[in-house]
Design a protein around this ligand. Structure first.
Ligand code: GTP
Ligand code: MG
Length: 335
């Protein structure tokens, strides 16, 4: 009997020792290295700007690694120009960072970040959705991404509870209304189309009436792509906006879609469209397809028009409100 008790006690002690030993072997939460890489996927804006960040951020890391000699300042200007930041903005940003006499590369990087963010500061970037319905006319050169941006925008507006109606006022290109109709069906959004070759202002007018009759909050009008240098086509666009303004009382938003891959020509486009129809906001698209996302800086430095939206892909979720801080971080990278 005693032997049995001793055997059980010995087994219990052995078990306790094994349990303690096993518990010690299991790593504790505090053992995880604090600097372990995070597994969080990149945000949409980080993903969209990856090509620019690779080009600009890596160049910047290389420059900063060598120290702040005079070659650094020339190199920095060249890196900004290569990312399409534009001559005026590149020169002035570098001048201001240099004038602040940063003591080391980390200080230079922080100043650069602040100067780039400063270019974007102080602008209202909210989409104007005032009116009954609010009217958003979308304009731009051929292929800049107008129709796709409209689809993404409609999804966003509907998601915010703002019932939207689309107007296919691109009567010029045969397949244009069809393309927008495919999007409207996919998104479950109402659309008004016209006859191919018809008057785009008449389609816009009909759509406005339909939006009112159906109690929609926002009317988004697609227009035909046109070269900013073609006077008669710009006149036609002016008529669309005038007719809508007369009927609606106000066109709250004329959104210019600029293709982010077209470089400095985007500035000339913006000037011409502004003269013709008074652009109130910019949607900068295709930033995912370029290493020259710095064009956003040039656009804001040289034009007094806020970038309100950016396109970072072809999917419906790939339209983001422009957030200057997140944009600059995504542009420069975090190292
Ligand atoms: N990668 C990428 N592609 C885009 C983006 N926005 C638009 N696109 C693509 O650009 C192409 C042209 O887009 P559309 O929306 O048809 O351009 P549009 O300005 O309406 O063209 P027109 O009506 O012919 O003047 C399409 O293949 C789109 O999928 C974007 O942010 N990223
Ligand atoms: Mg189109």
């Amino acid at each position: 009997m005693e032997i049995v008790i001793i055997a059980v006690a010995a087994a219990a002690v052995l078990l306790a020792v094994v349990v303690v030993w096993l518990r010690r072997r299991r790593p504790r939460v505090t053992d995880v290295r604090r600097d372990a890489p995070t597994l969080a996927p990149p945000s949409r804006i980080e993903g969209g700007l990856a090509r620019t960040r690779r080009a600009l951020g890596e160049r910047l890391d290389g420059l900063l690694g060598r120290g702040l000699d005079s070659a650094f300042w020339t190199g920095l200007e060249e890196a900004l120009l290569a990312a399409d930041v534009g001559v005026a903005a590149s020169v002035s940003v570098v001048e201001r960072v240099r004038a602040a006499s940063p003591g080391d590369p980390a200080a230079a990087r922080a100043l650069l970040r602040a100067e780039l963010a400063g270019v974007f500061a102080g602008r209202d970037r909210s989409l104007t959705v005032i009116g009954d319905p609010a009217v958003v006319v979308v304009v731009g050169v051929n292929g800049s991404g107008k129709t796709t941006t409209i689809a993404k925008l409609a999804a966003r507006l509907e998601g915010q509870g703002l019932a939207t109606l689309l107007a296919a006022a691109d009567t010029f290109r045969a397949a244009a209304a069809e393309q927008l109709t495919v999007w409207a069906d996919r998104l479950g959004v109402d659309i008004v189309t016209g006859q191919p070759g018809g008057d785009p202002a008449a389609v816009a007018f009909d759509a406005l009436r339909a939006a009112r009759a159906r109690g929609k909050r926002v009317l988004v009008v697609d227009t035909a792509g046109r070269l900013h240098s073609k006077h008669n086509l710009m006149e036609e666009l002016g008529k669309v906006v005038r007719v809508l303004a007369r009927e609606a009382g106000e066109v709250g938003e004329v959104l210019l879609v600029l293709d982010g891959t077209t470089g400095q020509n985007a500035i000339a486009q913006a000037r011409a469209f502004t003269e013709a129809v008074g652009v109130t906001g910019i949607a900068l698209t295709k930033l995912d397809g370029t290493a020259r996302g710095g064009i956003a800086v040039a656009v804001e430095q040289e034009l007094d028009i806020p970038i309100k939206l950016i396109g970072v892909g072809e999917q419906v979720e790939d339209l983001l409100p422009f957030d200057a801080d997140a944009f600059v971080d995504a542009l420069l990278g975090g190292s």
